[in-house]
Design a protein. Structure first.
Length: 234
């Protein structure tokens, strides 16, 4: 049985990215856009709460304090853009089980979620993707999404964790266009009101490792003024 996770996050891009990735990993996910809505939804049974600190109305600290005052021992992973030690201490003293500062890699969040669920002794999840093709091929590239291995022409290619996460996000879309903002939310776990150059910089790094001619890419294609997609022909 999959674990049920409630995400309380008011940023729609980040909420979408978290829901997309957690569902892809096999979790049952619900989203609440603010603290009041989240508290109402917590009348239902959940196995874990992902809770943003900066929320309209009732903020994350208020949600957490009310949750613990009611005696609920639900594991809580707090998310915040704040890096001050005092905020982390307040969150942990209020009853948070873990604390993640934005920006973060989404796969780090997934790993922390899994660790909290194991610690709580509840259900984790069956790994998603049973119907997905584990090894995706395009031209000379082979991407194994389960073992996180990549090869080109049979030779292994070493990718940094974030580089692989970015490639995997493109692979999951199977040739569809991914906007920079969607990739920023899905891979790094945050959204920016101004389009970040982070995605472009990491795409450039990927192309250097994967493309025969990085200046003339054949695998990771640019969609002008929008984002990127993988070439078709799987």
């Amino acid at each position: 049985m999959s674990a049920r996770i409630l995400v309380i996050e008011d940023d729609p891009d980040l909420a979408f990215g978290l829901e997309f990735n957690l569902r892809h990993e096999g979790f049952d996910v619900a989203i609440a856009p603010d603290g009041a809505a989240g508290l109402a939804m917590l009348a239902q049974p959940f196995d874990l709460l992902v809770l943003d600190v900066m929320l309209p109305g009732v903020d994350g600290f208020g949600v957490l304090e009310r949750l613990r005052a009611e005696g609920q021992g639900l594991p809580v992973l707090m998310l915040t853009a704040r890096a001050e030690e005092a905020d982390k201490v307040r969150g942990l003293r209020s009853g948070a089980d873990d604390y993640l500062t934005k920006p973060f890699g989404v796969m780090e969040l997934v790993a922390r979620v899994e660790a909290l669920l194991r610690r709580a002794g509840g259900p984790v999840h069956p790994r998603a993707g049973g119907d997905d093709q584990a090894v995706v091929r395009i031209g000379e590239l082979a991407v194994d999404t389960r073992s996180r291995r990549v090869s080109r022409g049979g030779a292994p290619v070493e990718l940094a964790p974030l580089e692989f996460d970015l490639l995997a996000a493109l692979v999951r879309r199977r040739g569809a266009v991914a906007t920079r903002r969607e990739l920023l939310a899905e891979v790094w776990g945050y959204a920016d009101s101004v389009i970040s150059r982070t995605v472009d910089a990491h795409v450039a790094l990927l192309r250097r490792k994967l493309e025969p001619e990085p200046a003339m890419p054949r695998y990771i294609l640019t969609v002008r003024k929008t984002g990127y997609r993988l070439a078709e022909g799987w």
